[in-house]
Design a protein around this ligand. Structure first.
Ligand code: BG6
Length: 504
């Protein structure tokens, strides 16, 4: 804990639950995600003293390198990407317990060597370590790896728990997700499987649950009687970087809407769970997904960016990005209007949009309440009366803002909206952990609340699949927007009269 945090009443009570000794295995240990997110997250967990007292890490990957080479790579990534400057003592202690197993994921000898190494750790310590397999590979390897773990007896471990974290994307269509679930669950029990959606690890996303269910004042208005419409935005100024290979086969709908944005929607719309245990929470989320009416393709927009200005520089069009095929039909922007057709939400339009290379990075949910029924100030200056809007911002400037109509000082009764704001950074002095820190810890602990269950991921695909089907037939056509803009004009056509997208 940083010196400034000690004795700070705001951070008191933050939990540090002990975790059973664990050996973690990262498949794809030399990959981008491991370097940028997983290794720095593990370091930060160690820095906080929250790793299990005994912890080993094995990286598995194709590069033919030695343990020490991998340790040097891991050190470099942690130094570069950790949110804290690493403490040499903590880092050295962590790296001592790191091993590397080279080989391809379909090679049986990899699993034999892995087995030996895992057994050696157990033997040295005289205990059965829990085992956490983290599948951070291309998705084609997910069934291969799980199958081989089963074949080599690595899916169970006597007294110890065995768990597997599976990265996204979990399938690219509904049929694939169903098949992947079938393959995974033929080897592991659902309770051993942790399908990751890193948005659920974000403090601000979890805060939605606190916001909704720890405050009595919002519940009475959280329904169709008071809410006019909802908009969920996940905009990015970044382009696709060096990920053309992945991104062009994915597109914005699969990359962000199918997972992160539908997760935001479920947390926004779910009924209060009976308890906050993994299955009670996920039962409620699945109900929301089941209530979504099939989306009319005419209520969707798909677009890609042309050259423009973003991140303060000139940037090329999507088709000019390195590795993007000339005949690509992939969208870098998706917008849609949908409806959660249940008692609480029926009839409320929910607008969603996401895009790469738009004006700025912002992830938020904005809930616009119905206008007041009668304008008493009509005669003078009443133009300023706007419906109240509640905005939950996930990033940047994490917090919650409520717009209220207030009188402009002066002799006349003129109204304009003002903001009542709670800012995370100001209210809590400690820095929020990265999403991966929370999720890795939860997986080690065996708490699946913030992970996607089998029926949940399938329900997400059931919403998205018909849209993909229509898009593959050219309906609606792919349109364009300038990089650095707020997205395509066409997105406005999704809006009902009187509704407005918030500025990006
Ligand atoms: C990932 C997507 O899942 O989420 C990326 O594959 C996207 O394309 C990223 O940039 C956004 O995450 P965050 O945490 O930066 O909002």
């Amino acid at each position: 804990m940083a010196v400034a945090e000690r004795g700070n009443p705001l951070v008191e009570g933050l939990e540090r639950l002990p975790i059973h000794p664990t050996s973690m295995v990262i498949f794809g240990g030399t990959g981008d995600l491991a370097h940028r997110k997983l290794l720095p997250a593990i370091y930060n967990i160690a820095h906080e003293g929250a790793l299990p007292e005994r912890f080993n890490l094995i990286a598995v990957s194709r590069s033919d390198i030695a343990h020490d080479d991998y340790r040097a790579m891991a050190r470099e990534s942690i130094e570069k990407y950790s949110r804290r400057t690493p403490d040499p003592q903590v880092l050295n202690k962590l790296l001592e317990q790191v091993r590397y197993v080279p080989g391809t994921f379909d090679d049986d000898s990899v699993y034999e060597r892995l087995d030996e190494q895992l057994k050696e750790f157990d033997k040295e310590a005289g205990i059965a370590f829990n085992r956490l397999f983290y599948l951070s590979t291309a998705p084609t390897f997910f069934p291969v790896i799980v199958g081989k773990l089963g074949d080599h007896g690595l899916s169970r471990h006597g007294e110890g728990e065995v768990r597997a974290v599976i990265e996204k994307p979990f399938g690219t269509r509904l049929a694939e997700a169903l098949e992947l679930n079938r393959q995974v669950l033929s080897v592991l029990d659902e309770s051993q499987v942790f399908r990751i959606d890193h948005y659920l690890g974000k403090e601000t996303v979890q805060n939605m649950l606190a916001f909704r269910f720890a405050n009595g004042m919002f519940e009475p208005i959280w329904n169709r009687n008071y809410i006019d419409y909802v908009q969920i935005t996940a905009a990015e100024d970044l382009g696709i970087g060096s990920r053309a290979g992945y991104y062009d086969t994915s597109g914005a709908l699969r990359d962000l809407v199918q997972n992160h944005m539908l997760q935001l929607l479920t947390l926004l719309c779910m009924e209060p769970p009976v308890t906050f245990t993994a299955d009670d929470v996920r039962d409620e989320k699945v109900k929301v997904l089941h209530s979504i009416k099939p989306v009319d393709p005419d209520c969707t927009v798909r677009a890609r960016y042309t050259a423009g200005m973003a991140e303060g520089k000139e940037v090329p069009a999507y088709l000019e990005e390195e590795g993007v095929p000339q005949d690509s039909q992939t969208e870098t922007y998706a917008a849609l209007r949908l409806e959660v057709d249940n008692w609480r939400w029926a009839g409320i339009p929910i607008y969603m949009r996401t895009g790469k290379r738009v004006a700025r990075k912002v992830t938020e949910i904005a809930i616009t309440l119905k206008p007041v029924p009668h304008l008493a100030f009509e005669s003078e200056g009443s133009i300023g009366v706007q419906p109240n809007q509640l905005v939950l911002t996930m990033q940047p400037n994490e917090g919650v803002a409520l717009s209220l109509g207030a009188k402009i000082p002066g002799t006349r009764m003129r109204i304009r909206p003002v903001n009542m704001e709670f800012l995370y950074g100001t209210a809590f002095l400690s820095q929020s952990p990265e999403a991966y820190e929370r999720l890795i810890l939860d997986a080690m602990r065996g708490d699946a609340t913030l992970f996607t269950r089998d029926d949940e991921v399938e329900a997400q695909w059931r919403v998205i699949d018909p849209i993909l089907e229509a898009w593959s037939k050219g309906s609606p056509p792919l349109v364009e927007y300038t990089a650095g803009s707020a997205g395509p004009e066409e997105a406005n056509k999704l809006l009902e009269p009187g509704h407005r997208w918030r500025a990006i």
